[in-house]
Ligand binder design. Structure first.
Ligand code: G6P
Length: 616
């Protein structure tokens, strides 16, 4: 949700900034802009649309210089216009600022500034922040030093309510960039004779492996050779230099047409990585040291809450079924956006898990903080190890899935489901599950990667099916039990990347209203593996067929009934009910992917979406 990169050093800034912005484009792609210190003057270029448009503009009107800041925007306040694109200038026209986050009290601040004679060029909350810092800088007077700029930022930020990751460039303070964060991520990259600010390390790994993940209320100042980090309240702030182990290959598409396809195909490896080193055959259980809980503490857990947003909430919902089935502990799932404002009566021994690929989703972070405020042990299931949720949680389990760049989540879903299954196994084994049952679960988990590979081999078959139905305006996704959340996820994938309206339902809910929508023009996708509810699903399929609705089924290899009644079937290898979501999700990802490609949609960057939603 908005990406920032700032550069100060020995190279030309524009190529570095454009390269970084392309890697951050998953965070937003409504508009992009740069501010470059060119000679003694700051040159600004901004344009709506993708980074490619900005690159075009920079070809027409180049900007040379070794210091610059840049931004790719996901619009919150103010429409998608060139004027609303960042960087924004202050009243003097000398200070430029890029921002990721939301200034909640911007309207009040703006009103006061307008009364003082400030004029605004945009409808954004960000421009208000630029004016505030500029005003404080101008009011301080004296020499144009780094210290004066830092102090002005401090004065301004104390007036602000909201979230921010910001970088600032001032024409009169040429050798310096300053940045700050509260609630939105900001990383400092340390190079040799060059330094960087970025929303995420992927933007800077081509240049340096040394990064500092700034903390909330940190203010950092960079020159080409040095950096200093202080706290908003004054005084130095502690930091740690992290060696980033992400490779450039991790953040490139390789030979794949899209990041989404690459990430779908990575799943045999990522599911394995989610369980690697976490299964003990000797004890027939899962070993999750990151939870930082003793067996007694785990045995005392009375209730579990799983919370997250989007795809993570669907993985959480699978977790509800799996953990209840394996561990017999009551589990509830809550959208993080609801949980944060709900005051649920919960027993003291409630364990809360926050699921988030990015570890930066604003609602999930707020849910984590609210849960901790109530005294609940709150654990993270995150992919991004340096993320705020990962750092603030009381422990957790990392996904180790590698960067997920396609905006539509794929491999993170199967990794999250693998992890909640490990949690179910662990909690089950210290309650009622025997060694034999534990070993069976381990064997089945270990068999998953090869089964996923077999599903991926059917991509061409799935592509043909997708082409057959790509003219549909509406689609239904139906499943029962463990696969009801997969129906929701299948519908989400379809609508977010192909723009075909799709909705997911429990199969039996069909006849309570949804059936009114069934017609020859509305295909239904039934997730109907050979499980305890197969016959019930088959009855629901018959109900759709009786109303001439086309049916695509996800069934189990060897099943002969589905092919007789359904129009198309995609087969998955047999597996226990509780593991089937990890397999059934994959054909649905491919179905959405091929449909979107066939329709000419921008698969990796669907309209209106952003990968990491760091605003409420
Ligand atoms: C956004 C993304 C979704 C993602 C959700 C939660 O809406 O578009 O793909 O599932 O955020 O993201 P998280 O990083 O918290 O898993």
């Amino acid at each position: 949700m908005c990406g920032i990169i700032g550069y100060i050093g020995k190279s030309q800034a524009v190529p570095v900034l454009l390269d970084g912005l392309r890697r951050l484009e998953y965070r937003g792609y409504d508009s992009a802009g740069v501010a470059i210190l060119d000679g003694g003057k700051v040159e600004v270029r901004k344009r709506i649309g993708r980074i490619a448009n900005l690159a075009e503009l920079l070809k027409e009107k180049p900007a040379a210089g070794q210091i610059g800041i840049s931004h790719t925007r996901w619009a919150t306040h103010g429409g998608v216009t060139d004027a609303n694109a960042h960087p924004h200038a202050d009243q003097s026209g000398k200070l430029f600022l890029c921002h990721n986050g939301v200034i909640e009290n911007y309207a009040v601040l703006k009103e006061a500034l307008v009364r003082e004679g400030h004029t605004f060029q945009s409808q954004t909350d960000t421009e208000v922040l630029a004016h505030l810092v500029g005003k404080a800088y101008d009011a301080a007077g004296g020499e144009p030093t780094k210290g004066r700029l830092i102090e002005a930022l401090r004065v301004a930020l104390k007036q602000v309510v909201g979230t921010y990751g910001i970088v600032i460039l001032h024409q009169d303070v040429p050798g310096v960039l300053v940045g700050a964060r509260r609630g939105s991520p900001l990383v400092l990259g340390i190079g040799k004779g060059e330094n960087f600010f970025a929303s995420d390390v992927s933007a800077i790994i081509a240049y340096t492996r040394d990064a500092i993940y700034l903390k909330d209320y940190d203010i950092a100042a960079l020159t080409a050779e040095e950096f200093e980090i202080t706290s908003l309240v004054g005084g130095a702030s502690g930091f740690e230099v992290t060696k980033v182990d992400m490779t450039e290959e991790d953040v490139s598409k390789g030979d794949y047409a899209h990041f989404m396809l690459k990430e779908i195909y990575e799943q045999p490896a990522t599911v394995l990585d989610a369980m690697r080193g976490r299964l003990s055959r000797e004890e027939a259980t899962a070993v999750l040291g990151g939870l930082e809980m003793t067996p007694t503490e785990l045995r005392n857990v009375e209730r579990i809450i799983l919370t997250g947003c989007g795809t993570a909430s669907h993985a959480a919902m699978v977790g509800e079924y799996v953990i209840e089935a394996l561990a017999h502990i009551p589990v509830e799932i809550e959208f993080a956006s609801e949980f944060r404002y709900r005051n649920m009566p919960l027993p003291t021994n409630t364990l809360v898990f926050c699921l988030s690929q990015s570890g930066e989703t604003a609602d999930t972070l707020a849910a984590l903080r609210e849960s901790q405020r109530k005294g609940h042990k709150t654990l993270g299931i995150c992919n991004n190890v340096a993320s705020t949720i990962a750092r603030e949680s009381d422990g957790g389990v990392y996904m180790h899935a590698g960067p997920e760049i396609g905006v539509a989540a794929t491999k993170s879903f199967t990794s999250q489901v693998t992890i909640v299954t490990l949690i179910g196994l662990l909690l089950g084994r210290i309650r009622h599950l025997g060694t034999t049952e534990g070993l069976t679960i381990i064997n089945e988990l270990e068999a998953l990667p090869a089964k996923i590979t077999r599903i991926l081999a059917q991509s061409d078959h799935i592509k043909k099916i997708s082409e057959k139905y790509s003219g549909a305006h509406s689609m239904m996704f139906l499943g029962r039990q463990f696969n009801y959340p997969v129906a929701l996820e299948g519908a989400l994938k379809m609508k977010e990347i192909s723009y075909i309206h799709a909705s997911g339902h429990p199969s039996a809910e069909l006849k309570h209203g949804v059936i009114a929508l069934i017609s020859p023009e509305v295909p239904s996708v039934f997730i109907a593996p050979d499980d305890s509810v197969l016959d019930k699903n088959i009855s629901n399929i018959e109900e759709v067929k009786a109303r001439k609705g086309p049916v695509i089924a996800i069934g189990t290899e060897g099943n002969t009934k589905l092919a007789k009644i359904c129009d198309d079937v995609i087969y998955i290898p047999a597996c226990p009910d509780y593991l089937s979501p990890i397999l059934t999700a994959i054909p649905l990802q491919l179905l959405a992917y091929h449909t979107a490609v066939h329709l000419g949609c921008d698969v990796d960057k669907p309209r209106n979406l952003a990968k990491s939603v760091t605003v409420e």
